[in-house]
Design a protein around this ligand. Structure first.
Ligand SMILES: O=C(O)CCC(=O)C(=O)O
Length: 284
């Protein structure tokens, strides 16, 4: 798409080194402008070097975009969104965590499973260089919906956006995971480590992740809860409920794991939220 641009090896290496050092796309574009590059041409060059869609760079550098947005932790015991009653049944301060009942109806859970099933593949994780890879720590199967891909997906995304006070476009596409007996997701953080070499590239669009919502689409017969080992909490997986947790600034108490399913199966839908708009990126 950008094959007609000539990029010197030095410039290419500088862009890669700058993002690897933890700077985002807006910083790279600002520095290029200060050095006399035309902003439009800079965007094309950066898109080509970082293998990002050009449209996404417009989103990440949009001056009107709120920077460093945070989610609003639900405080009231009950919220009504679109006539949909959501209850907070457990609150924790560190990490900021809420167990939410009634986030999805039984029909919505069944609808997501039916839509996802034919598209399942071995779930991947993002390595320290920002690449998607098969990882022994995560043995489930999964798939991503694009943001706003279908009316059901859009309705759920809008509900989460209203509940948490962040625009829908700060969300990554909804991920569906399916676990069978013995499958699990070992303890991990959802936020990206700024010390890792791929940090600048992973966060170039949308910035850092700020919060997660894990929604349970079925009730496993046994096992499959979401554990938070730093605080000694396990959230039981129950159809239609969810666990929301926030981790601005890389909160280490947000360490969590999908415990092994010991009988039956487990289906979840996960929404990760970013501090800035995130343009409908499918995992690379
Ligand atoms: O399966 C779970 O309960 C947790 C899933 C999870 O940690 C994730 O998708 O990041």
């Amino acid at each position: 798409m950008h094959s007609r641009i000539t990029i010197s090896p030095e410039l290419r290496e500088w862009i890669l080194a700058t993002t690897r050092a933890g700077h985002g796309v807006p910083d790279v574009l600002r520095l290029m402008k200060e050095n006399g590059y035309d902003p439009r041409q800079s965007r094309s060059i950066v898109a080509e070097v970082l293998k990002l869609p050009l449209a996404a760079l417009h989103a990440s550098t949009d001056k009107a975009a709120p920077q460093g947005l945070r989610t609003k932790h639900p405080e009231a015991p009950e919220a009504s969104i679109d006539g949909h009653a959501i209850q907070v049944s457990l609150s924790v301060e560190a990490p900021a965590l809420r167990v939410l009942e009634g986030i999805l109806t039984a029909q919505e859970c069944a609808g997501l499973i039916a839509l996802a099933q034919p598209r399942l593949q071995r779930a991947l994780t993002v390595d320290s260089e920002g690449r998607q890879q098969v990882d022994h720590r995560r043995t489930s199967e999964g798939m991503f919906f694009a943001l706003n891909e279908l009316p059901l997906v859009a309705r759920i995304e809008q509900r989460l956006a209203s509940l948490l006070g962040v625009p829908m476009n700060h969300g990554e596409g909804l991920q569906i995971l399916h676990y069978l007996p013995g499958q699990a997701y070992e303890p991990h953080y959802d936020w990206f480590d700024p010390e890792q070499p791929g940090y600048g590239q992973i966060t170039a669009i949308g910035g850092q992740r700020i919060a997660s919502v894990v929604m349970y689409l079925n009730t496993p017969e046994q096992g499959g809860g979401t554990a938070f080992p730093e605080i000694g909490l396990t959230v039981t997986a129950r159809r239609g409920s969810a666990v929301y947790f926030a981790y601005e600034g890389g909160d280490r108490t947000s360490l969590h794991a999908g415990l092994p399913v010991t009988r039956g199966e487990k289906w979840i839908a996960t929404k990760w939220l970013r501090e800035r708009p995130y343009r409908n990126q499918r995992p690379r």
